[in-house]
Design a protein around this ligand. Structure first.
Ligand code: ATP
Length: 247
């Protein structure tokens, strides 16, 4: 069995020193694994992923307890940029493309932090275009004028350009048509099975997440209350009704 790449133990976090948005979350991602974080609206999925990516402070949030370890290194005090260089790369909610740059320019920004040579960037772009052929068609389009699905693909492609070891995705399915969601999860599965990329993905769409993930963790009111193999959790009818607000 692969080694643990990311572990979160007893995470608690607040915004503006108010009540805890997350009070006790634990999870682990082993190398080469896809782990889904499930939960209803407000359960704490985004907060957990922001904490893991060292981006909570941008939302005026702070970690108040717990420990996050990536690749054997305690992340306390580490910046988001340093994490990206270490291989932990977020694709957070809202896609965050640069609307006034082209799709290709957006992708290239993902390689800027790693001092890549031109030939390497060209090869990495080719790989992204193989994974998402629609991005190749739209490479010269302004990202802001492309569809929601293409913007999500651009955000994922940009993350891939920084050569992640762990991709951290927050609700990649949000607002997208089922066929587009399917295409995105298939691409993630392909990256995982062909390149061994580890993936931590928060989703309200538990049906699709449990189909593609190896393991899943369910959050309820800021706590991780259930964890297990996705194939087993898929069989449990009570998961959706009890924990996921029927989603
Ligand atoms: P959703 O799917 O709706 O994004 P979530 O499971 O990702 O839900 P979080 O966004 O992490 O949940 O929210 C957890 C709790 O923290 C909620 O009670 C939410 O209202 C609160 N919260 C989230 N962001 C902020 C913020 N920037 N300031 C204050 N409270 C926040």
């Amino acid at each position: 069995m692969s080694e643990t790449l990311l572990s979160v133990e007893g995470l608690a976090a607040t915004y503006n020193h108010a009540i805890a948005a997350v009070s006790d979350v634990s999870l682990a991602v082993r190398g080469g694994e896809i782990v889904a974080v499930l939960g209803a609206n407000g359960a704490g999925k985004s907060t957990t992923l922001q904490a893991v990516s060292a981006l909570l402070s941008a939302r005026r949030g702070q970690i108040t307890a717990g420990r996050i370890v990536f690749d054997g290194r305690d992340l306390a005090g580490t910046s988001a940029a340093a994490l990206v260089r270490a291989g932990l790369v977020p694709v957070l909610e809202g896609r965050h493309c640069f609307a006034s740059l082209t799709v290709e320019e957006n992708l290239i920004t993902g390689a800027m932090g790693r001092d890549a040579r031109r030939v390497e960037i060209a090869a990495d772009l080719d790989r992204v275009y193989q994974l998402f052929p629609r991005l190749k068609q739209h490479r010269r389009s302004l990202a802001g004028l492309t569809s929601g699905g293409e913007q999500q693909m651009t955000a994922i492609g940009r993350a891939l350009m920084s050569r992640p070891r762990l991709l951290v995705l927050d609700e990649p399915s949000m607002g997208l048509a089922p066929l587009v969601v399917e295409a995105i999860f298939r691409a993630l599965k392909q990256l995982n099975s062909e390149q061994g990329l580890s993936i931590l993905v928060a989703e309200q769409n538990s049906t699709v997440a449990l189909r593609f993930a190896d393991h899943a963790v369910v959050l309820e009111n800021g706590r991780s209350v259930l964890a297990g193999r996705a194939a087993e959790l898929r069989q449990r009818a009570d998961i959706k009704t009890h924990y996921l607000g029927g989603s």
